[in-house]
Design a protein around this ligand. Structure first.
Ligand code: SF4
Length: 317
């Protein structure tokens, strides 16, 4: 064996090792989110909404794997809504889904035509498009007998939404990991809630999912979301750990130390009444804050390898 080939082998081994760590972390994060929010129960039929983007491919892949060893039995059906955007490569998803042997349905609805007709040229079409899509997916879930609808939103989507709602909506509100549809008929779950977008990007590249570009409709990108995304990415670069701390904060809410009268009964605070389960009295002090952000386990793993490294790994399982 030449020196070159032994170096190459060591590099490949390292890439495989790193990929396995990434895969394990994603599976663990999804498993934890499912358990923490009781997302999937015995006998569920989970409809995985597949757009052709990295997030939904990753979601489907991880759920299919987790199902193999899950303590409960559940079925999976993948659904793609073909919105009839010009140039949509119709063959890609059916070919992929056939190749992995998963039950699937492609729903064809010309929502593209509807939004183009209703929304004036130059205005963003996403809000009407999303409403139409949501209605169609709910209807499809009912037709298929699905008990849960799984979406591919991840931790960074949830944080972006939190800031968007604060900046533009005047609400402390994000995307929940689990929610009931307005009519009470559908339960939507987000099993990637604990997964970092960077991990998903690397995983999708390594698995060589046949990604379908998401700009086929020609809509303007959501500029507000883009600005918030860039703000978070800058913080992540400048202050490592801040994103993780903020996500922890979303799971660690202290209503008695905010100012929402609906959430905490401030009016009825009386002398002599101890406040059960709320954080300490800081009326005269500034809160004690740690000087360094919380770093979650495996946080260093993401630095171990680049996308370019991973792209060379061929579908390791
Ligand atoms: S980007 Fe296009 S397909 Fe996506 S929600 Fe907006 S209008 Fe719809």
């Amino acid at each position: 064996m030449t020196e070159n080939s032994s170096v190459q082998t060591a590099k490949e081994k390292k890439q495989t090792y790193n990929f396995n760590k990434l895969q394990k972390r994603l599976r663990r994060n999804v498993g934890n989110a499912i358990a923490d929010f009781n997302m999937i129960e015995d006998g569920d039929k989970v409809m995985v909404c597949l757009s052709g983007g990295k997030d939904s491919y990753t979601l489907l892949d991880i759920l299919l794997n987790l199902r193999l060893n899950a303590p409960v039995h559940f079925d999976i059906v993948a659904v793609n809504l073909d919105q009839k955007q010009p140039g949509f490569p119709e063959h890609i998803l059916p070919e992929y889904l056939e190749s992995i042997g998963v039950e699937y349905k492609i729903v064809e609805e010309n929502t593209y035509g509807i939004v183009k007709e209703k929304i004036p040229e130059g205005k963003t079409t996403c809000s009407l498009c999303s409403r139409l899509r949501r209605g169609i997916l709910y209807r499809t879930a009912t037709e298929l007998g699905a008990t849960k609808i799984a979406l591919g939103h991840h931790r960074d989507d949830m944080l972006e939404t939190l800031f968007l709602n604060m900046f533009y909506g005047g609400k402390l509100k994000s995307m929940p990991p689990k929610l009931m549809s307005d009519d009470g008929k559908q339960i939507v779950i987000r099993p990637l809630a604990y997964c970092k977008e960077k991990d998903i990007e690397k995983y999708a590249a390594a698995k060589e999912f046949p990604i379908i570009p998401c700009n086929l409709c020609g809509s303007q990108p959501n500029l507000q979301r883009q600005v918030v995304k860039e703000m978070l990415q800058t913080w992540d670069r400048l202050y490592p750990g801040r994103i993780e701390t903020m996500f922890s904060a979303m799971q660690n809410i202290v209503p008695s130390h905010l100012c929402d009268n609906q959430l905490f009964d401030f009016k009825n605070i009386r002398h002599g009444q101890a406040l059960d389960g709320v954080e300490g009295d800081i009326a005269f002090d500034k809160a004690d804050l740690p000087t360094a952000p919380l770093l979650l386990d495996d946080e260093d793993d993401a630095q171990d390898f680049s996308n370019a490294d991973l792209i060379q790994i061929k579908k390791v399982n």
